[in-house]
Design a protein. Structure first.
Length: 346
C-alpha cells in the first residue's frame, strides 16, 4: 500500500474528529503516504500533522463547483493514483467524485448515498462517538480490528498550532496572569443559530468571572463578529477581543494557552478537546447521543437540559427552533454554568 487518501471535506469539527483515523491508518500501513482531503478553510489545521503527507482541499463552492468542478476534482485525484480511499463523507457528490477518480479500493459507510459504488462498506453505528464511527471504517481492511485496538492506534484528535504565534500569545497572557489570575476563553458564536447560547448569558459569565479575578478572552470567526458586537452591548466589564483576528492555527494557539474554554457545540470545542484545554460545552438542539461531544484526554463537561422532549431536533442544529420556545438553550442558566466552570478552574 503506497498512497492512501482519507476523505472528509466537511465542517471543521468533523475533519478534526477524522484525525484519529489518519493516525490509525499510518500505523496499520507504516510505509504508506497518507493524504487528507478537507475544506480549504480548515486545511491549515492539519498541514503540520506528522502522519499527513499532504492536505488536499476540495472547494465544492469554488473551483470545484457543479458537475464540471466535480469532474475536474476527480481528474486531480486520478493524478495521485491512490491505492486506497477511505471516506467518512457520505454525500452523493463525494461518492461519485471518488468513483470517478479511478481508485479501485474505496471504503466507506453503507449508509452513504450511492453506497453501491463502494468497494467495502462498514456500518455507521449511531451509538458510537464520531471518532469511533470513523475508526470503524477499518473493520473491513484490518484483520486484527477491534474498536478498542483501533482507538489505541488512533489516539486522540489533533490540530496544528502556529508555534511562533503561540509563543507571543503565551508571553502576553502570562503578563496578565500575575497574582494568580486566570484567563478563560469565551466562544459564543456558531454557524447554526440554535446552537448559540443567548449572548446575554455569556455576558453574565464574563461579568461574574471578572469580579472573581478571572479575565475573559473572546474568540469567533470574522463572519460571526456581529455576535461579539452584541456581546459588547450586553457586557458591563472589559474583555480581551481576539474575535475574527486570527487564522485557525493562530486560534488553536490561543485556545491551547487558556485555562478554560466555555463554548457552544462548535469547532472551538473540538479544537480545545484536541489541545487538552479544559472546556465547558453548552449543548442545546444537539445531544451527546449524536456522537459529537468533546473527545480526548483533557477535562470537559457538557451542560445541557436533559430529557427535554424535543431534543435533539437536528444533527447539526438549525436556523430556528421548530418548537418556537428555544428552551434547550434558554433553560441553561449562567449560575449553573459558573458552578461547572469554577470546578474545572480549581
Amino acid at each position: 500500500m503506497h498512497k492512501i487518501l482519507v476523505f472528509n471535506p466537511s465542517f471543521i469539527g468533523d475533519s478534526i474528529l477524522t484525525t484519529p483515523l489518519v493516525n490509525a491508518l499510518s500505523k496499520i500501513y507504516p510505509g504508506a503516504k497518507i493524504y487528507f482531503c478537507v475544506r480549504p478553510e480548515s486545511a491549515g489545521l492539519f498541514k503540520c500533522l506528522e502522519n499527513v503527507q499532504e492536505v488536499i482541499t476540495f472547494d465544492k463552492r469554488g473551483d470545484y463547483k457543479g458537475l464540471t468542478g466535480l469532474w475536474k476534482f476527480a481528474c486531480k485525484l486520478r493524478g495521485y493514483n491512490f491505492d486506497m480511499i477511505v471516506t467518512a463523507h457520505k454525500s452523493f457528490r463525494s461518492l461519485l467524485t471518488l468513483k470517478l477518480s479511478g481508485c479501485k479500493n474505496i471504503i466507506g459507510f453503507k449508509q452513504s448515498s450511492l453506497s453501491f459504488l463502494l468497494d467495502k462498506k462498514s456500518d455507521r453505528n449511531m451509538k458510537l462517538h464520531e471518532v469511533e464511527r470513523n475508526l470503524s471504517l477499518l473493520s473491513n481492511i484490518w484483520d486484527e480490528f477491534t474498536l478498542e485496538k483501533a482507538k489505541n492506534l488512533g489516539n486522540n484528535p489533533a490540530v496544528c498550532e502556529d508555534m511562533e504565534y503561540k509563543q507571543k500569545v503565551s508571553t502576553f497572557l502570562n503578563t496578565l496572569k500575575k497574582d494568580n489570575r486566570r484567563i478563560i476563553g469565551i466562544a459564543p458564536a456558531s454557524v447554526w443559530e440554535t446552537k448559540r447560547w443567548p449572548v446575554e448569558n455569556y455576558a453574565t459569565i464574563i461579568e461574574k468571572m471578572y469580579f472573581k479575578g478571572v479575565y475573559s478572552l473572546v474568540i469567533s470567526g470574522p463572519k460571526e463578529y456581529w455576535v461579539i458586537e452584541e456581546l459588547k452591548e450586553e457586557c458591563c466589564v472589559p474583555f480581551l477581543d481576539f474575535a475574527g483576528k486570527t487564522s485557525l492555527t493562530e486560534l488553536a494557539s490561543i485556545i491551547g494557552n487558556l485555562d478554560l474554554l466555555i463554548c457552544n457545540d462548535s469547532a472551538p470545542m473540538h479544537m480545545a478537546a484536541a489541545l487538552e484545554t479544559p472546556l465547558v460545552a453548552l449543548f442545546g438542539p444537539t445531544t451527546q447521543s449524536l456522537g459529537f461531544f468533546p473527545y480526548g484526554s483533557g477535562q470537559s463537561e457538557v451542560v445541557e437540559i436533559k430529557d427535554l422532549y424535543c431534543r435533539p431536533c437536528a444533527l447539526h442544529g438549525g436556523r430556528r427552533c421548530p418548537e418556537k420556545h428555544f428552551r434547550c438553550m434558554r433553560d441553561i442558566k449562567p449560575e449553573n454554568v459558573m458552578v461547572v466552570a469554577e470546578e474545572l478552574l480549581t
